[in-house]
Design a protein around this ligand. Structure first.
Ligand code: C5P
Length: 397
Protein backbone atom coordinates (compact mmCIF):
# COMPACT_ATOMS: atom_id res chain seq x y z
CA UNK A 1 0.00 0.00 0.00
CA UNK A 2 1.06 3.56 -0.64
CA UNK A 3 -0.98 5.38 2.02
CA UNK A 4 0.23 8.92 2.53
CA UNK A 5 2.95 8.69 -0.12
CA UNK A 6 3.35 11.66 -2.45
CA UNK A 7 4.28 10.84 -5.99
CA UNK A 8 5.27 13.36 -8.60
CA UNK A 9 4.44 11.83 -11.96
CA UNK A 10 6.22 13.29 -14.96
CA UNK A 11 4.45 12.31 -18.16
CA UNK A 12 6.65 12.43 -21.25
CA UNK A 13 5.45 12.83 -24.81
CA UNK A 14 5.10 9.29 -26.11
CA UNK A 15 2.30 7.09 -27.33
CA UNK A 16 2.32 5.28 -23.96
CA UNK A 17 1.26 8.51 -22.22
CA UNK A 18 -2.33 7.26 -22.28
CA UNK A 19 -1.32 4.47 -19.87
CA UNK A 20 -0.13 7.12 -17.40
CA UNK A 21 -3.72 8.15 -16.84
CA UNK A 22 -4.48 4.63 -15.64
CA UNK A 23 -1.27 4.74 -13.58
CA UNK A 24 -2.59 7.82 -11.76
CA UNK A 25 -5.78 5.92 -10.89
CA UNK A 26 -3.98 2.80 -9.70
CA UNK A 27 -1.54 4.74 -7.53
CA UNK A 28 -4.39 6.70 -5.97
CA UNK A 29 -6.36 3.52 -5.34
CA UNK A 30 -3.45 2.41 -3.17
CA UNK A 31 -3.56 5.60 -1.12
CA UNK A 32 -0.87 7.70 -2.83
CA UNK A 33 -1.40 11.29 -3.86
CA UNK A 34 -0.23 11.96 -7.40
CA UNK A 35 0.88 15.33 -8.75
CA UNK A 36 1.15 15.21 -12.53
CA UNK A 37 3.68 17.21 -14.53
CA UNK A 38 3.06 17.17 -18.28
CA UNK A 39 5.75 18.01 -20.80
CA UNK A 40 4.60 20.03 -23.76
CA UNK A 41 4.93 16.94 -25.94
CA UNK A 42 2.86 14.91 -23.46
CA UNK A 43 -0.01 17.31 -24.03
CA UNK A 44 -0.14 16.06 -27.62
CA UNK A 45 -1.13 12.67 -26.23
CA UNK A 46 -3.13 13.37 -23.07
CA UNK A 47 -4.94 16.49 -21.97
CA UNK A 48 -4.09 18.34 -18.75
CA UNK A 49 -7.78 18.22 -17.92
CA UNK A 50 -7.93 14.41 -17.91
CA UNK A 51 -4.71 14.12 -15.86
CA UNK A 52 -6.00 16.72 -13.41
CA UNK A 53 -9.40 15.05 -13.12
CA UNK A 54 -7.89 11.63 -12.42
CA UNK A 55 -5.32 12.99 -9.98
CA UNK A 56 -7.85 15.34 -8.34
CA UNK A 57 -4.98 17.80 -8.32
CA UNK A 58 -3.64 20.69 -10.28
CA UNK A 59 -1.44 19.65 -13.18
CA UNK A 60 1.89 21.43 -13.61
CA UNK A 61 2.67 22.25 -17.19
CA UNK A 62 5.16 25.02 -17.73
CA UNK A 63 8.23 26.28 -15.93
CA UNK A 64 7.36 29.87 -16.76
CA UNK A 65 3.83 29.83 -15.49
CA UNK A 66 4.18 32.55 -12.89
CA UNK A 67 1.15 31.43 -10.95
CA UNK A 68 2.71 28.01 -10.48
CA UNK A 69 6.02 29.53 -9.47
CA UNK A 70 4.33 31.69 -6.89
CA UNK A 71 2.30 28.80 -5.56
CA UNK A 72 5.04 26.24 -5.60
CA UNK A 73 8.46 26.70 -7.16
CA UNK A 74 10.00 23.86 -9.10
CA UNK A 75 12.48 23.21 -6.29
CA UNK A 76 9.72 22.74 -3.78
CA UNK A 77 7.67 20.75 -6.26
CA UNK A 78 10.51 18.30 -6.70
CA UNK A 79 11.23 18.02 -3.01
CA UNK A 80 7.76 17.72 -1.61
CA UNK A 81 7.41 14.31 -3.25
CA UNK A 82 8.52 11.00 -1.77
CA UNK A 83 9.28 9.61 -5.20
CA UNK A 84 9.43 10.96 -8.73
CA UNK A 85 8.11 8.68 -11.45
CA UNK A 86 8.75 9.40 -15.13
CA UNK A 87 6.26 7.49 -17.29
CA UNK A 88 6.61 7.33 -20.16
CA UNK A 89 10.31 8.21 -20.08
CA UNK A 90 11.04 9.07 -23.70
CA UNK A 91 14.48 8.90 -25.31
CA UNK A 92 14.51 12.68 -25.18
CA UNK A 93 13.73 12.86 -21.45
CA UNK A 94 16.34 10.20 -20.68
CA UNK A 95 18.94 12.11 -22.69
CA UNK A 96 18.11 15.32 -20.84
CA UNK A 97 18.38 13.55 -17.51
CA UNK A 98 21.70 11.98 -18.44
CA UNK A 99 23.10 15.30 -19.64
CA UNK A 100 21.71 17.32 -16.76
CA UNK A 101 19.67 19.64 -18.97
CA UNK A 102 17.06 21.80 -17.28
CA UNK A 103 15.16 23.66 -19.98
CA UNK A 104 11.55 22.93 -19.12
CA UNK A 105 9.58 22.13 -15.99
CA UNK A 106 10.01 18.35 -16.14
CA UNK A 107 13.77 18.41 -16.66
CA UNK A 108 14.26 21.18 -14.10
CA UNK A 109 12.30 19.25 -11.49
CA UNK A 110 14.45 16.21 -12.23
CA UNK A 111 17.62 18.26 -11.80
CA UNK A 112 16.43 19.92 -8.61
CA UNK A 113 15.26 16.83 -6.79
CA UNK A 114 16.99 15.01 -4.00
CA UNK A 115 14.48 12.17 -4.09
CA UNK A 116 14.64 8.82 -5.78
CA UNK A 117 13.54 8.73 -9.38
CA UNK A 118 11.91 5.79 -11.14
CA UNK A 119 11.66 5.83 -14.92
CA UNK A 120 9.48 3.70 -17.19
CA UNK A 121 11.18 4.01 -20.59
CA UNK A 122 9.07 3.89 -23.70
CA UNK A 123 10.29 4.35 -27.24
CA UNK A 124 10.74 2.76 -30.61
CA UNK A 125 12.96 -0.33 -30.55
CA UNK A 126 15.69 1.33 -32.62
CA UNK A 127 15.74 4.33 -30.35
CA UNK A 128 16.03 2.01 -27.34
CA UNK A 129 18.93 0.18 -28.96
CA UNK A 130 20.67 3.30 -30.26
CA UNK A 131 24.19 3.74 -28.82
CA UNK A 132 23.21 7.17 -27.44
CA UNK A 133 20.31 5.67 -25.48
CA UNK A 134 22.54 2.82 -24.31
CA UNK A 135 25.05 5.36 -23.01
CA UNK A 136 22.30 7.36 -21.34
CA UNK A 137 20.90 4.23 -19.70
CA UNK A 138 24.30 3.51 -18.21
CA UNK A 139 24.68 7.07 -16.95
CA UNK A 140 21.23 7.00 -15.37
CA UNK A 141 21.94 3.67 -13.73
CA UNK A 142 25.20 5.04 -12.32
CA UNK A 143 23.28 8.04 -11.03
CA UNK A 144 21.07 5.68 -9.04
CA UNK A 145 17.96 6.19 -11.18
CA UNK A 146 15.59 3.23 -10.91
CA UNK A 147 14.09 1.70 -14.03
CA UNK A 148 11.06 -0.45 -14.71
CA UNK A 149 10.75 -2.03 -18.16
CA UNK A 150 10.62 -1.60 -21.04
CA UNK A 151 9.04 -4.83 -22.20
CA UNK A 152 9.27 -6.52 -25.55
CA UNK A 153 6.34 -6.71 -27.94
CA UNK A 154 4.48 -5.14 -30.83
CA UNK A 155 5.00 -1.43 -31.02
CA UNK A 156 2.62 1.30 -32.12
CA UNK A 157 4.97 2.01 -35.03
CA UNK A 158 4.48 -1.52 -36.37
CA UNK A 159 7.85 -2.90 -35.28
CA UNK A 160 8.54 -5.61 -32.71
CA UNK A 161 11.09 -5.57 -29.89
CA UNK A 162 12.01 -4.00 -26.57
CA UNK A 163 10.77 -0.47 -25.99
CA UNK A 164 7.17 -0.84 -24.82
CA UNK A 165 6.46 0.89 -21.54
CA UNK A 166 6.05 -1.54 -18.63
CA UNK A 167 2.44 -2.40 -17.84
CA UNK A 168 0.75 -0.26 -15.20
CA UNK A 169 0.63 -2.99 -12.47
CA UNK A 170 4.38 -3.52 -12.92
CA UNK A 171 5.03 0.21 -12.57
CA UNK A 172 2.88 0.29 -9.42
CA UNK A 173 4.86 -2.67 -8.01
CA UNK A 174 8.14 -0.87 -8.81
CA UNK A 175 6.84 2.26 -7.06
CA UNK A 176 5.94 0.24 -3.97
CA UNK A 177 9.31 -1.42 -4.01
CA UNK A 178 11.18 1.87 -4.38
CA UNK A 179 9.32 3.45 -1.49
CA UNK A 180 9.43 0.50 0.84
CA UNK A 181 12.84 -0.89 0.23
CA UNK A 182 15.68 1.45 -0.56
CA UNK A 183 18.68 -0.91 -0.54
CA UNK A 184 20.16 1.00 2.40
CA UNK A 185 16.96 1.04 4.44
CA UNK A 186 17.78 0.44 8.10
CA UNK A 187 21.50 1.20 7.60
CA UNK A 188 23.21 4.09 9.35
CA UNK A 189 26.02 5.76 7.44
CA UNK A 190 28.22 8.56 8.77
CA UNK A 191 29.73 10.91 6.18
CA UNK A 192 32.41 13.49 6.99
CA UNK A 193 32.71 16.32 4.52
CA UNK A 194 34.27 19.70 3.78
CA UNK A 195 37.38 21.31 5.19
CA UNK A 196 38.19 21.90 8.83
CA UNK A 197 39.16 25.31 10.18
CA UNK A 198 41.91 25.32 12.76
CA UNK A 199 42.05 28.61 14.63
CA UNK A 200 45.35 30.50 15.00
CA UNK A 201 43.82 33.31 17.02
CA UNK A 202 40.27 34.68 17.30
CA UNK A 203 40.33 36.09 13.73
CA UNK A 204 42.64 33.80 11.77
CA UNK A 205 42.49 30.13 10.93
CA UNK A 206 44.16 27.48 8.83
CA UNK A 207 41.90 26.05 6.11
CA UNK A 208 42.08 24.22 2.79
CA UNK A 209 40.40 24.38 -0.60
CA UNK A 210 37.84 21.61 -0.06
CA UNK A 211 34.35 22.75 -1.16
CA UNK A 212 32.50 19.81 0.41
CA UNK A 213 30.94 19.05 -3.00
CA UNK A 214 31.91 15.39 -3.10
CA UNK A 215 30.95 14.64 0.51
CA UNK A 216 27.62 16.43 0.10
CA UNK A 217 26.84 14.46 -3.04
CA UNK A 218 27.73 11.19 -1.31
CA UNK A 219 25.49 11.93 1.68
CA UNK A 220 22.62 12.79 -0.68
CA UNK A 221 23.11 9.66 -2.75
CA UNK A 222 23.18 7.44 0.35
CA UNK A 223 20.00 9.05 1.71
CA UNK A 224 18.32 8.55 -1.65
CA UNK A 225 18.99 4.82 -1.29
CA UNK A 226 17.19 4.84 2.04
CA UNK A 227 20.15 5.13 4.43
CA UNK A 228 19.90 7.04 7.65
CA UNK A 229 22.77 9.49 7.15
CA UNK A 230 24.66 11.53 9.73
CA UNK A 231 26.42 14.26 7.77
CA UNK A 232 29.30 15.81 9.71
CA UNK A 233 30.52 18.86 7.87
CA UNK A 234 33.16 21.51 8.27
CA UNK A 235 32.55 25.04 6.95
CA UNK A 236 31.80 24.09 3.33
CA UNK A 237 30.57 26.06 0.31
CA UNK A 238 27.60 23.75 -0.27
CA UNK A 239 24.33 23.43 1.55
CA UNK A 240 23.92 19.98 3.08
CA UNK A 241 21.54 17.63 1.25
CA UNK A 242 17.99 17.33 2.50
CA UNK A 243 16.94 14.27 4.41
CA UNK A 244 20.15 13.81 6.42
CA UNK A 245 21.04 14.58 10.03
CA UNK A 246 23.49 17.50 9.87
CA UNK A 247 26.22 18.10 12.45
CA UNK A 248 28.31 21.23 11.85
CA UNK A 249 31.84 21.43 13.21
CA UNK A 250 34.88 23.65 12.73
CA UNK A 251 37.95 21.71 13.82
CA UNK A 252 39.32 18.18 13.40
CA UNK A 253 38.93 17.51 17.10
CA UNK A 254 35.27 18.54 16.95
CA UNK A 255 34.82 16.30 13.91
CA UNK A 256 36.24 13.31 15.78
CA UNK A 257 33.93 13.95 18.73
CA UNK A 258 30.96 14.22 16.36
CA UNK A 259 31.89 10.94 14.64
CA UNK A 260 32.29 9.13 17.96
CA UNK A 261 28.92 10.47 19.09
CA UNK A 262 27.28 9.34 15.84
CA UNK A 263 28.55 5.75 16.12
CA UNK A 264 27.51 2.95 15.88
CA UNK A 265 27.22 2.96 12.13
CA UNK A 266 27.15 0.36 9.39
CA UNK A 267 29.51 2.44 7.27
CA UNK A 268 31.62 5.57 7.66
CA UNK A 269 32.70 7.58 4.63
CA UNK A 270 35.48 10.05 5.45
CA UNK A 271 35.31 12.52 2.57
CA UNK A 272 36.39 15.50 4.68
CA UNK A 273 39.68 17.25 4.02
CA UNK A 274 40.76 17.25 7.64
CA UNK A 275 43.65 19.51 8.60
CA UNK A 276 46.62 17.40 9.62
CA UNK A 277 47.82 19.98 12.10
CA UNK A 278 46.34 22.54 14.44
CA UNK A 279 48.06 25.18 16.49
CA UNK A 280 49.80 23.71 19.53
CA UNK A 281 48.23 26.57 21.44
CA UNK A 282 45.58 28.84 20.02
CA UNK A 283 46.24 32.49 20.87
CA UNK A 284 43.40 33.87 22.99
CA UNK A 285 43.85 37.34 21.47
CA UNK A 286 44.73 38.57 17.99
CA UNK A 287 48.43 38.20 17.27
CA UNK A 288 49.82 41.70 16.68
CA UNK A 289 52.54 43.11 14.47
CA UNK A 290 54.58 44.34 17.38
CA UNK A 291 57.90 44.97 15.66
CA UNK A 292 59.54 42.03 17.43
CA UNK A 293 59.88 39.97 14.27
CA UNK A 294 57.73 37.35 12.57
CA UNK A 295 55.38 35.16 14.60
CA UNK A 296 56.36 31.53 14.90
CA UNK A 297 53.45 29.14 14.64
CA UNK A 298 53.90 25.91 16.51
CA UNK A 299 51.80 22.96 15.35
CA UNK A 300 50.35 19.90 17.03
CA UNK A 301 49.13 16.84 15.16
CA UNK A 302 45.37 16.42 14.73
CA UNK A 303 43.67 13.09 15.43
CA UNK A 304 43.25 10.96 12.32
CA UNK A 305 39.51 10.32 12.25
CA UNK A 306 39.60 7.72 9.49
CA UNK A 307 42.39 5.72 11.16
CA UNK A 308 40.64 5.97 14.53
CA UNK A 309 37.35 4.60 13.20
CA UNK A 310 39.00 1.94 11.03
CA UNK A 311 41.13 0.82 13.97
CA UNK A 312 38.25 0.38 16.41
CA UNK A 313 38.49 -2.95 18.20
CA UNK A 314 34.88 -2.85 19.33
CA UNK A 315 32.01 -1.61 17.20
CA UNK A 316 34.03 -1.07 14.05
CA UNK A 317 31.65 -0.22 11.18
CA UNK A 318 31.37 -2.96 8.58
CA UNK A 319 32.73 -0.62 5.93
CA UNK A 320 35.14 2.27 6.41
CA UNK A 321 35.87 4.35 3.32
CA UNK A 322 38.57 7.00 3.08
CA UNK A 323 39.60 9.46 0.43
CA UNK A 324 43.09 10.24 -0.75
CA UNK A 325 43.58 13.55 -2.47
CA UNK A 326 47.08 13.33 -3.90
CA UNK A 327 49.26 15.37 -6.18
CA UNK A 328 51.94 12.73 -6.91
CA UNK A 329 52.03 8.95 -7.32
CA UNK A 330 48.29 8.86 -6.68
CA UNK A 331 47.75 5.09 -6.75
CA UNK A 332 50.90 4.13 -4.86
CA UNK A 333 50.29 6.70 -2.15
CA UNK A 334 46.62 5.85 -1.84
CA UNK A 335 47.34 2.11 -1.67
CA UNK A 336 49.85 2.70 1.11
CA UNK A 337 47.33 4.96 2.86
CA UNK A 338 44.64 2.25 2.77
CA UNK A 339 46.99 -0.16 4.54
CA UNK A 340 48.33 2.38 7.02
CA UNK A 341 44.88 3.61 8.04
CA UNK A 342 43.35 0.11 7.91
CA UNK A 343 40.27 1.29 6.04
CA UNK A 344 38.41 -0.97 3.60
CA UNK A 345 38.37 1.28 0.55
CA UNK A 346 40.22 4.39 -0.49
CA UNK A 347 38.79 6.67 -3.14
CA UNK A 348 41.88 8.20 -4.68
CA UNK A 349 42.02 11.30 -6.81
CA UNK A 350 44.58 13.59 -8.35
CA UNK A 351 44.14 17.12 -7.05
CA UNK A 352 46.90 18.89 -8.95
CA UNK A 353 45.45 22.33 -9.84
CA UNK A 354 45.48 21.53 -13.57
CA UNK A 355 42.96 18.69 -13.03
CA UNK A 356 40.34 21.24 -11.85
CA UNK A 357 39.03 18.65 -9.36
CA UNK A 358 39.46 20.49 -6.07
CA UNK A 359 36.47 22.85 -5.94
CA UNK A 360 35.27 21.74 -9.42
CA UNK A 361 32.19 19.75 -10.35
CA UNK A 362 33.97 16.72 -11.89
CA UNK A 363 36.01 14.01 -10.31
CA UNK A 364 38.32 11.34 -11.65
CA UNK A 365 38.72 8.61 -9.09
CA UNK A 366 40.29 5.22 -8.56
CA UNK A 367 38.74 2.92 -5.96
CA UNK A 368 41.33 0.97 -4.06
CA UNK A 369 40.18 -2.08 -2.16
CA UNK A 370 41.86 -5.22 -0.84
CA UNK A 371 41.31 -6.65 -4.34
CA UNK A 372 43.25 -3.93 -6.14
CA UNK A 373 42.65 -0.65 -7.96
CA UNK A 374 39.63 0.15 -10.12
CA UNK A 375 39.86 3.23 -12.28
CA UNK A 376 36.55 5.06 -12.90
CA UNK A 377 36.19 7.38 -15.89
CA UNK A 378 36.03 11.10 -15.25
CA UNK A 379 32.45 11.99 -14.31
CA UNK A 380 30.58 14.52 -12.20
CA UNK A 381 30.90 14.38 -8.44
CA UNK A 382 27.19 13.54 -8.31
CA UNK A 383 27.81 10.55 -10.56
CA UNK A 384 30.76 9.41 -8.44
CA UNK A 385 28.47 9.71 -5.42
CA UNK A 386 25.69 7.67 -7.05
CA UNK A 387 28.08 4.95 -8.06
CA UNK A 388 29.80 4.86 -4.70
CA UNK A 389 26.46 4.76 -2.85
CA UNK A 390 25.32 1.87 -5.05
CA UNK A 391 28.57 0.07 -4.30
CA UNK A 392 28.15 0.64 -0.57
CA UNK A 393 24.58 -0.69 -0.79
CA UNK A 394 25.85 -3.81 -2.54
CA UNK A 395 28.50 -4.37 0.09
CA UNK A 396 26.26 -3.82 3.09
CA UNK A 397 23.31 -5.61 1.51
O1 C5P B 1 44.90 13.80 4.64
P1 C5P B 1 44.96 12.36 4.19
O2 C5P B 1 45.40 12.21 2.79
O3 C5P B 1 45.65 11.47 5.17
O4 C5P B 1 43.44 11.90 4.17
C1 C5P B 1 43.09 10.61 3.80
C2 C5P B 1 41.78 10.23 4.43
O5 C5P B 1 41.87 10.36 5.83
C3 C5P B 1 40.56 11.06 4.04
O6 C5P B 1 39.48 10.16 3.93
C4 C5P B 1 40.35 11.99 5.21
O7 C5P B 1 38.99 12.31 5.39
C5 C5P B 1 40.86 11.16 6.36
N1 C5P B 1 41.48 11.94 7.44
C6 C5P B 1 40.88 11.95 8.67
N2 C5P B 1 41.46 12.63 9.71
C7 C5P B 1 42.62 13.29 9.53
C8 C5P B 1 43.23 13.29 8.26
C9 C5P B 1 42.63 12.62 7.24
O8 C5P B 1 39.82 11.34 8.84
N3 C5P B 1 43.18 13.95 10.55
Amino acid sequence: MLAGKRILLIVGGGIAAFKSLDLIRRLRERGASVTPVLTRAAEEFVTPLSASALAAQKVYRDLFDLTDEAEMGHIELSRSADLIVVAPATADLMAKMAAGLANDLASTVLMATDKRVLIAPSMNVRMWQHPATRRNRQVLEDDGILTVGPTEGDMACGEYGPGRMAEVPDIVAAVEDALANGPLKGKHVVVTSGPTHEPIDPVRYIANRSSGAQGTAIAGALAALGAEVTFITGPADRDPPLGVRVVRIQTAEEMLTAVNTALPADAVVCAAAVADWRMAKESGSKIKKDGKGLPVLEFAENPDILATVAGLKKGRPTLVVGFAAETDDVIANATAKRKRKRCDWIVANDVRPETGIMGGSDNDVTIITADGAEDWPRMTKDQVAGRLAARIAETLG
